[in-house]
Design a protein around this ligand. Structure first.
Ligand code: GDP
Length: 226
């Protein structure tokens, strides 16, 4: 490439092998995140939404999401490398019961910061239990992402817990309620248990993690200060 200032890290990568995900680092604020370059996709969801199960089944690696639940690692952001320029990020759901209000407020602030300022973040996978779709936390995450023009793909998790008809009708209902944001928001059913919905998820991840449109943007070195 002949672009001024271009380097190897700015060449659009190919789709990664999700089974090669490896724990990289944890961070509790933006300033502790790895360098803000390349392509990153974050997973968010309330506690118990099925995020660990989804990440495990995507990466075929039970250790990864368990890493995020290890005491001391339950920080705001857990980074996993896929390739040199591609990462997954686990945003631990709130286990509100034992978290003091002040901690919760600080997490909230840092989450918002991350979603709105992280340049390498290409999209947000929002995991929502199909039986309790779009609770306040989910709406908040969605609002922040939309405020940053960030694409969001919603997984309605544990789809196996509902019969096909009710699952489908929840899907259509959520999709229809988000129609005003259809350019940025997509929704699917997912079951880690039954291994359904993987292909659809992977095709979204692949699209975001290989998005070369960012290379046309003369942007934007972030200074990561938060
Ligand atoms: P996290 O807190 O969001 O990481 O949620 P986990 O992945 O730990 O899942 C919470 C609970 O939901 C666990 O008991 C899982 O076994 C269960 N679970 C997760 N995914 C599925 C699924 O696809 N189907 C069913 N039936 N249960 C699930």
């Amino acid at each position: 490439m002949n672009m001024p200032g271009s380097d190897d890290s700015l060449q659009a990568p190919v789709a990664p092998n999700y089974r090669q995900a490896e724990f990289l680092t944890s961070a509790s604020k933006l300033s502790q995140c790895p360098p803000d370059t390349g392509w990153e996709v974050a997973f968010a969801g309330r506690s118990n939404a099925g995020k660990s199960s989804a990440i495990n089944s995507l990466t075929n690696n039970k250790k990864l999401a368990r890493t995020s639940k290890t005491p001391g690692r339950t920080q705001l952001l857990n980074f996993f490398t896929l390739t040199e320029s591609q990462r997954l990020v686990d945003l631990p759901g709130y286990g509100f019961a034992k978290v003091p209000q002040a901690v919760k407020r600080e997490w909230t602030r840092q989450l918002e910061n991350y979603l709105q300022r992280r340049e390498s973040l290409r999209g947000l996978i929002l995991l929502v239990d199909v039986r309790h779709p779009m609770q306040p936390f989910d709406q908040q995450m969605l609002d922040w992402a939309l405020a940053a023009s960030m694409p969001v793909h919603i997984l309605l998790t544990k789809a196996d817990k509902l019969k096909k008809g009710p699952a489908k009708s929840t899907l259509l209902q959520v999709r229809s309620s988000l129609k005003p944001h259809a350019e940025l928001v997509s929704v699917q059913l997912f079951s880690a248990l039954k291994h359904t919905g993987h292909e659809e998820l992977i095709s979204v991840l692949n699209r975001w993690l290989t998005d070369s449109s960012v290379l046309d943007d003369p942007a934007v070195e972030s200074d990561d200060s938060a």
